[in-house]
Design a protein around this ligand. Structure first.
Ligand code: G3I
Length: 397
């Protein structure tokens, strides 16, 4: 199969990076309809027809970066879902089973059944594993901090990381070492600081808890690539704080290799220009970048917060309109064009979930497979974003 062929063959496609998005919108409208020209307030209608058999995103972007998914595989995934994962992804992030609370619920208790099964299954199916996550303010049981002084808590941190990373030495290629250490809200004043979240880790060990975590992870597996991972760090005061934090870690000799921009966005508010600049900023620090938890909702809040309204579960689910799906496709195509532009720095793009059924943002239709495991217009648009004709200046003379 021609990896640069289109799901929507025989029609010339618009180059996303080179052409105005208005043209893309017209192209998508022509390709994924009926219905044609839905009204702005389109009522939920039949989903546009999408060819299910064109090239995969994974093969289309193979020369740029890895394409991943998050899930606690193989777990209770259906045969159809397992097939989808094998065909479409090259790397798996365990969505939950390696987090501190599930894997290490008490000081003397480890639950390795699911992580072991995940690593084994991935190896048998030629999928890489990205570990998530060693140090986090959430999903971490209180025992880590109880009845201990700084030395004891540092010892627990070291034991946790050494045991987990050591167990999968050579089998897990990279880790989110510290997750979401920077505060959500920021302003001009906090932008001049690291603005660290007031977590139990910060309270117990001070700002050096990050440096220690990276050192312990590196000791446990010197070959593993080590990431700082966070949401909202691509823009505004939080981006400025992330730059200060990363510069400090590098200056202090922390073995950090990359930064994960989570990428929990919403169609109407994707910060395209900020994403472009943030990747360039991190690259300038000598770091790799991963888009580590990508999902672009059709509706609903963006961000990565785990809190009230989490996942949008519980309420009635409104199906997306054809117009919703087209807008989401444009947003996805545009962010992939930005990632591809920075392919020298971006090493992995991971979707957070598998489908609109297997997602923490259920009801907000955030992924590129629908709830029935079918490719959505966004899938096609991402593939077609790579089929741009070369600009004249790029052509060989
Ligand atoms: O495992 C238990 C299960 O035993 C129990 O029966 C069930 C009942 O509710 O709960 C299960 O645990 C849930 C787990 O997901 C697995 O489904 C937890 O309650 C629930 O809190 C947990 O939510 C996860 C959340 O992180 C908190 O850990 C989401 O699936 C996961 O997508 C989300 O992922 C985070 C990233 O790790 C970090 N960035 C933000 C992102 C979204 O919040």
């Amino acid at each position: 199969m021609n990896s640069f062929g289109s799901n929507l063959r025989r029609q010339p496609l618009v180059a996303l990076a080179a052409a105005p998005l208005v043209a893309l919108a017209a192209t998508l409208a022509a390709q994924v309809s009926p219905p044609a020209n839905p009204p702005a307030s389109a009522a939920p209608g039949p989903a546009p027809a999408v060819d299910q058999h064109g090239p995969t995103i994974k093969e289309t972007y193979a020369q740029c970066f890895l394409i991943g998914m998050a899930g606690d595989v193989p777990g209770n995934y259906s045969d159809a879902e397992i097939g989808l994962i094998r065909e479409n992804f090259g790397v798996v992030t365990p969505e939950n089973c390696m987090k501190p609370a599930p894997v290490h619920p008490a000081e003397d208790t480890w639950r390795f059944e699911r992580p072991d099964a995940l690593v084994k299954w991935c190896r048998e199916n030629n999928l890489l594993v990205h570990g998530h996550t060693l140090v986090w303010h959430a999903q971490t049981n209180p025992w880590f901090f109880q009845g201990g002084d700084k030395a004891v808590i540092t010892g627990r941190l070291k034991d946790h990381i050494a045991t987990l990373v050591g167990r999968y030495n050579g089998k897990v290629r990279s880790w989110d070492v510290v997750n979401e250490a920077i505060n959500d809200r920021g302003d001009a004043e906090t932008a001049k600081t690291e603005n660290l979240r007031n977590s139990r880790w910060l309270q117990s060990l001070g700002p050096e808890f990050l440096t220690l975590a990276f050192r312990f992870a590196h000791e446990a597996d010197p070959e593993a690539e080590l990431y700082y991972n966070d949401y909202g760090i691509e823009a505004g005061p939080k981006h400025a704080s992330s730059m200060l934090l990363l510069k400090r870690l590098i200056k202090d000799g922390a073995p950090i290799h990359g930064v994960g921009i989570q990428g929990h966005w919403s169609t109407a508010t994707v910060p395209f220009d900020s994403i472009d600049r943030a990747i360039a900023d991190y690259k300038a620090l000598g770091l790799k970048v991963s888009i580590s938890e990508l999902d672009v909702t059709i509706r609903g809040a963006s961000g990565g917060q785990f809190g009230p309204g989490f996942g949008g579960r519980g309420g009635p689910v409104t199906p997306p309109s054809a117009q919703d799906l087209r807008a989401q496709a444009e947003a996805y195509a545009r962010v992939f064009s930005i990632f591809a532009k920075h392919k020298d720095a971006v090493e992995r793009v991971t979707f957070w979930g598998l489908s609109d059924r297997r997602t923490w943002r259920f009801g907000q239709h955030p992924l590129v497979f629908d709830a029935d495991n079918q490719r959505k217009p966004a899938y096609v648009a991402i593939v077609d974003a790579m089929r741009q004709p070369k600009a004249d200046s790029d052509k060989p003379r």
